[in-house]
Design a protein around this ligand. Sequence first.
Ligand code: NAI
Length: 720
Amino acid sequence: MTSALTTDVRDGIAVVTLDVPNAPVNTFARSVRDEFTALIERFDRDESIRAAVIRSGKPDVWVAGADIEEFLGIETSSQAEALSRDGHALLDRLEKLKTPVVAAINGACLGGGLEAALACAYRIGTETPKTVFGLPEVQLGLIPGGGGTQRLPRLVGLEAGLDMILTGRNIRARKALQMGLIHELVHPAILDDVAIERAKALADGVLKRGMVGGPHGARHMLLDENRVGRALVFRQARERILARTRGHYPAPLAALDVVATGYAHGTERGYREEARLFGELAVSEVSRQLVFLFFATSALKKDPGVPEPAPPPKPIQKLGILGAGFMGAGIASIAAQQGTLIRLKDADPGRVGKGLAAAREVMRDRLTKKQITRQQLDDYMTLIGGTTDYSGFRNVDLVIEAVFEDLGVKQAVLQETEAVTRADAIFASNTSTIPIAQLASVSSRPPQVIGMHFFSPVPKMPLLEVIVTPQTSREVSATVVGYGKALGKTVIVVNDAPGFFANRILAPYINEAGILLDEGVAVDTIDRALVEFGFPVGPITLIDEVGLDIAGKSGAIMLEAFGNRMAPSQSLVRVVAAGRSGRKGKKGFYRYDETGKKRGVDPSVYELLPTGQRRTEIPSDEIQRRCVLAMVNEAVRCLQDGILRSSRDGDVGAVFGIGFPPFRGGPFRYVDSLGTERVVRALEGLNSDRAPRFAPAQLLIEMARAGRRFYPERGHPFPG
Ligand code: NAI
């Protein structure tokens, strides 16, 4: 087996290159850790080595962190705790080495990678956007297990350290320098030379080892030494975590406790506590679900969207967008940032200008966050040309339509487009409810018609649902999936049917919330129950946001497609009929002030509902059971009907498209965690002559009978 580390000793300086063979990134897999142990032993033994540099052989990554596959083999908390303790021992030896080690960091330095860098005597980062630092463990429901909770806050200060540990966010190299996380920032071209020089200087004693780097060092340290000041920082951090996670995610709180332990009782106790809690979290249900989502999204990145052997996706260099409204402008903004040349067409000249301004606004937001430069903003904007006719469409590779949600309008623009574009141009619709086959029925080239269902707001929402009809060609599917990925989206491919996947499972969930309203349950009681379950907002807030008119229309379409099972609630029908449109009209189930800020439930809305001002109390768990099982049951139907290719796509689609609680893994993972049999029993308990909508999906019944699950109980979620 080839090794990951190669060491080249010159003039007493060992230059170690880490390049894990046959892997896209460097991780600290077991074999790599073993090689590191051997390396440290060699440094200890070999007096001729005066100092060392650790660099990466990968172009974009220094070390990405632990090998997450390895976590799947962990069965007990003590196994995970031991893993963390081994890491501590290794990094403790690295830190205490007589031979000074310089971390020469080009590319991502994350998780265990950053923890290793923190144990080095000197850290140099390169000035490029790909060099980022972070401890993303909380995003997997874990805490840093290689001493990060102790070393990082002591280096950069409690507040900055906690921010990185508790959010998992990445920071850029320049910021890392300002914080004192790295000692030096250099151009990538001179990284190795500078690192070797610093290694020599450290060996010669010209350069002294020291932890504190940043300009704020002295001040933050003073604050951190003060017990009262620290207590305040910890209290505020705890409040922020609880507000953000609503207690659903144990990892950030555990990380906070571990950091606090280290400050109160010293780092030895801190490390012990870190290992113990890392162990506990590694086998927790929340972490298992988040790790599953990590694997599911990684698998989707590699999925061409059509069965193998997949045709290669064609490049999309020129894009036409029809409709410069909310969605069209959002799509233009992200496409321009990928370097696509765009024609943005609207029927209304005023809307073209507004669409361009909206696209610029998205980029300005990124500029403010320092994610792009002024120059980049200008460059991207020059890629978008506004128009009210089809000029410039002759050479487009792809057209995405985002005009009004109206079959006639959409069919008309499809035919107009086909008349002016190249014969091989693809036509994609961003419709949220119209079956793609209905659009394709008026097409002269149905194999080139497809759905690209983006979610709102486009720049923020990670999911893209690609909808294929039986006629869509494999080349077209692969090209659109490839382009969706290039736009930074997680792409699932679904078959054509009303509501596709995401909106289809949303429909019974929203309806159930509406039926609860019909029965007299208060608006905020329903919303609160589902937020407690883990949704980012409750269902009534959601339809107020989306627009009650739109929710009403899509409800009618679902009723027509699926019959009474999807009958909309009386409450929604009546509120829509009364002309309330939700936030955009500043009047819905909730009240809004002039700025559009939500101001509590509108008491007058109850006058419109079947039970008037009379309220009924229903326990929170019953509200959750009804709404969530309605959604989950529909998700299983989508799989059974072949709308979904896999439960994986359904879980990712629900989490990233409609905010299904990530810590529950998605609807299919949720069923597995409850057990299919239990879910069938619960649905049968709700099912009655009055509520036949709860009849369990056939697939669920069969799986319950056979004792089957959607995913293996242990090990890799996608074996083979
Ligand atoms: P919008 O009303 O903001 O924009 C539609 C734009 O299309 C308007 O600017 C209108 O002037 C223009 N338009 C109408 N007829 C046209 C024609 N024949 N040629 C060129 N332009 C024309 O609507 P929005 O929200 O952007 O929605 C657009 C599409 O995206 C709809 O199909 C909608 O269902 C879908 N969608 C909307 C989502 C949302 O949350 N708003 C989410 C996902 C999909």
